[in-house]
Design a protein around this ligand. Sequence first.
Ligand code: NDP
Length: 338
Amino acid sequence: MHTAAGNRYDTMKYNRSGNSGLLLPAISLGLWHNFGNANELYGMKEILLGAFDKGITHFDLANNYGPPGGEAENNFGKVLQDELKAYRDELIISTKAGYYMWPGPYGEWGSKKYLVASIDQSLKRMGLPYVDIFYSHRPDPGTPMEETMAALDSIVRSGKALYAGISNYSATQTKEAAAILKKLGTPCVIHQPKYSMFERWVEDKTTADSQSLLDVAGDEGIGCIAFSPLAQGRLSDKYLNGVPADSRVGRNLANGAIQLSDITEAMLEKIKQLNNIALQRNQTLAQMAIAWLLKDKRVTSVLVGASSLPQLHNSIDSLNAAPFSTEELQRINNILGS
Ligand code: NDP
């Protein structure tokens, strides 16, 4: 059993998720990649325990993380049972269902049938009686929103999850989902969108009354946890001089991982210019990319991935960043073309 660092709460910042009682670390750790069967359990354990020792209390999973699907929950469950069981009440563990998990008509999307079966499978893999947050991983165009939200509500009422969340819902869909959940008496506590310097759709004013997803989250009192904040590693200096063999691109992973074709010359030019600003701010580009997201108070947490513990430490150090000046923000916007 792990003995956690006595000073683990000294430096991490905790932000309230919307209007809820839930506090999340400004930096959370996701287990999409690097926690499947391709990795040694030792490496995963080092990252997870090292994260907790630095005050990262929130670990994000999904039924399909691996590979193969389910393996990240299996591996997380092993580390939890062997090393962190005594600290369960200090942890916020989330999982999701929405993407393909098993064959047939009930193995993906947003039906009550799928969501209820999936949470039961996830709990079994992790050896848990409940998770802290359960998400609908993506909106389902074929299932009434009322059914998906009622499934989240019933999962919370059954005690299998403490809070409900949604991921990848548009601003308009988020408004609708939030209204249904409010009526059911289980508020939507958090939204998990893709958000980084390279992916800014959450800022677009897309609802009928010209609100962005961030506006809706702010108005509805829903927290926001940004996934892929480093654009899967592209918002760092690692690809500036070629592709390292041990990088996400170099390892040629499947399951939505970036490939060589996702790093264009135009993007490399932007990365180079952003890296120069980061260096002037005495930060790494990865640190600047995280700090840039956290400058918006509607962003509760930044959900990073990590392939090593030193890398995660580097990301955590972004919390020591100086605030951005107006001029720096303008220069960044100019580079990003927005
Ligand atoms: P990131 O954008 O943080 O990418 C992580 C990768 O960036 C790491 O594997 C590493 O790449 C590199 N990296 C991390 N820290 C640093 C650093 N300090 N310096 C340099 N490079 C660094 O996030 P992910 O794409 O991994 O996603 C994070 C989490 O978001 C997932 O684990 C998951 O929980 C969630 N997610 C949710 C989705 C959803 O639909 N809701 C979809 C996708 C992700 P390398 O491996 O090359 O070293």
